[in-house]
Design a protein around this ligand. Structure first.
Ligand SMILES: *Cc1c(COP(=O)(O)O)cnc(C)c1O
Length: 327
């Protein structure tokens, strides 16, 4: 661990105080089905109970609350069609701040409507996420809006790190944390909190085989670009940024191990959560459960292990098809 951590325990504790009352203090429940199978206590931290259905509300809320009066008056912007866009829209509305979410023309109408329903302005531009990014950069440069990063920012990381503090409040004996890993905001925050408070905690990052940018970057020893592919864990897609400032170095120093899952394994995790725990989870949120039930992470019966069920924003029509018959 570097002597001067990029995100300190103080940053995360400040975030916890700031966002209290604005985001849900989520429950952590035992998974009896896994305990039966592995004889290990296994816990699920339910970020699906956030008002936007995903944990990203923590980081977005913390970043917005850290802004000055002048910055708040200018408004905030983000470029995301998924959980980050929803989080920024919701947090801004909650705090009475203008939000502009940039998306391309290819984004389905239901996703556009979901963000509008949270009170944000939606700016539809171009034919790709890159075009939307260009428009967001213009709003920042020419209109003075403040960009809220999806993962690579100190306030966002500190906000996600509050999950780690809550987890240790509920499970002071925690030995192993299985954490979904994409851009690494969740991982950097949680790993910082856990390793600073309980240094022996084993931190395992879990991604999909199809286009795992952080895993490839850790292997390469520097941020690299991977080809994006369709996956059930769509919230884990996307790169980490070649100019990554925070999440890559933090993951490099604090992640003990990364695990990659096939599409079949991710589906098995979603199905297990649904049929055995009665939880609706998106693919990205089911990877911790998938890794355990598919034997990719072995739990010792003396260990106390937990994963974060990060979000539940699935297309219900599609979800219903994936679940099929009870098995
Ligand atoms: C964003 C997201 C992740 C991954 O978080 P990172 O900070 O990008 O690693 C995992 N699950 C869900 C549901 C998400 O929305």
């Amino acid at each position: 661990m570097p002597s001067e951590p990029l995100v300190s325990l103080g940053d995360i504790e400040t975030a916890a105080r700031r966002i209290k009352g604005q985001v849900t203090r989520t429950p952590c429940i035992p998974s009896y089905s896994v305990e039966e199978q592995t004889h290990t206590p296994f816990y699920l931290k339910l970020e699906t109970t956030q008002p936007t259905g995903a944990f990203k509300l923590r980081g977005a809320t913390n970043h917005i609350l850290s802004l000055s009066e002048d910055e708040r008056a200018r408004g905030v912007t983000a470029c995301s069609t998924g959980n980050h866009g929803r989080a920024v829209a919701y947090a801004a509305q909650n705090l009475g701040i203008r939000a502009v979410i940039c998306m391309s023309n290819l984004v389905p109408q239901n996703k556009v409507e979901a963000v509008k329903a949270l009170g944000a302005e939606v700016c539809i531009i171009g034919q790709s996420q890159d075009d939307a990014q260009v428009e967001m950069d213009r709003l920042v440069a020419e209109e003075g809006l403040i960009a809220i990063p999806p993962f690579d920012g100190r306030e966002v990381i500190a906000g996600q790190g509050t999950i780690g503090l809550e987890l240790l409040e509920d499970l002071p004996e925690l030995d192993i944390a299985l954490i979904p890993l994409s851009g690494g905001g969740l991982m950097a925050g949680m790993a910082s909190a856990l390793k600073l408070k309980r240094p022996d905690t084993r931190i395992i990052g879990i991604s999909m085989e199809r286009g795992a940018a952080m895993h490839a970057s850790l292997q390469a020893g520097k941020p690299v670009v991977v080809t994006e592919e369709a996956t059930l864990a769509d919230s884990l897609g996307g790169g980490i940024g070649l100019k990554n400032k925070f999440t890559f170095p933090i993951c490099q120093s604090l992640v003990d191990e990364t695990v990659l899952l096939s599409e079949a394994e991710i589906l098995a995790g979603m199905r297990h959560l649904y049929f055995h725990e009665r939880i609706i989870a998106e693919g990205a949120a089911a990877v911790g459960m998938a890794a355990v039930i598919c034997g990719k992470v072995r739990l010792d019966k003396h260990d106390c292990a937990a994963t974060v069920i990060t979000g539940n924003n699935v297309d219900m029509q599609q979800f219903h098809q994936f679940m099929g018959d009870v098995k």
